[in-house]
Design a protein around this ligand. Sequence first.
Ligand SMILES: Cc1cc2nc3c(=O)[nH]c(=O)nc-3n(C[C@H](O)[C@H](O)[C@H](O)COP(=O)(O)OP(=O)(O)OC[C@H]3O[C@@H](n4cnc5c(N)ncnc54)[C@H](O)[C@@H]3O)c2cc1C
Ligand code: SF4
Length: 331
Amino acid sequence: MKPFEYRRIHGVEEIGKGDPGQARYLAGGTNLIDLMKHEIEVPDRLLDISRLKLATIENGEKDSLRVGTLVTNTSLASDARVRQTWPLLSAALLSGATAQLRNRATTGGNLLQRTRCYYFYDTARPCNKRNPGEGCSAREGQNRIHAILGTSDHCIATHPSDMAVAMVALEARLTLRAADGMERELPVEELHRLPGDHPEQDTVLKPGELILGVILPAPPPGRQIYRKVRDRSSYAFALVSVGVILHVVGGKVESVRIAFGGVAHKPWRARKAEAALLQKEATEANFQHAAEVELADARGYGSNDFKIPLARRTLVATLRDAANSVEEASA
Ligand SMILES: Cc1cc2nc3c(=O)[nH]c(=O)nc-3n(C[C@H](O)[C@H](O)[C@H](O)COP(=O)(O)OP(=O)(O)OC[C@H]3O[C@@H](n4cnc5c(N)ncnc54)[C@H](O)[C@@H]3O)c2cc1C
Ligand code: SF4
């Protein structure tokens, strides 16, 4: 293992010291430590942020909620306000990993966890994300868990976080602090990149930029559902997942938000499907049409071809469940 300096940080002002590009933040460590053991991540400095005072959930302006980056997945999923008002987020979190991991995993670390592409972890095989220019082993290899939307010739990996999918549908915003102390906000939807020519860059964060927390705005009205399709009911990443917030009035779709997980290098906001549904009757035929519109450009690479019909069916089933539960509630 490559030697590195370990330093525990007690205040965010300590972060700007040294070259931020050569440092990594240690939060729960459930992804980063594995990557360091495989020598995929080889930082010069490991900055342990786990003692920063960023583990609280507070009421914010306009009925929003401010979630500190060190709030664990368990604490966020079980918070009474989240369960009541943002159940989509709670359900997405509880569908991820296992209880032990959720107790340790943090909000910021979950968003920045890296892909589970088999070849990314197998240092004996070429991977453009690990070593730019080396080639992508997955395109012609085992790609059952890989992307069908927004891929490039250089990478077809997916982003693995369930929580991020819910946050995109909920239009959550990040609060960030750069190494020079400048703070900014960024929609979670804009955090992750598509692979393009630079699959080694997962996000738009600047080197050394720290996630301070996440702002959850008051959600739009409507039924919130997270549905995750996976190989096992626990301890498994999504093959396809979908988060839906559907508001039906008088049989018509008044508002809708949809985000997919497991299909792209980032959580995939399904804006084409949303546009196809708006002000239309909440019928099976319209749900089918919306799913077809969204997935019209989807492309499989062999072993993951099944994901295209699976994503279509998962979206239709989730919209159907949301619409039915709205009807039941108003009956
Ligand atoms: C067996 C297994 C199954 C899993 N299943 C699922 C699943 O089904 N769904 C799912 O969503 N996840 C799953 N996970 C992933 C798990 O949720 C993540 O490992 C975890 O959320 C990462 O959080 P952490 O705090 O441990 O991050 P760390 O490992 O500490 O950090 C991850 C990355 O984020 C960076 N980082 C952390 N905090 C900050 C910050 N505040 N600012 C800037 N950078 C930061 C670190 O430098 C590192 O690069 C699984 C993991 C395992 C091991
Ligand atoms: S899909 Fe991306 S992460 Fe996987 S081998 Fe190809 S370049 Fe690497």
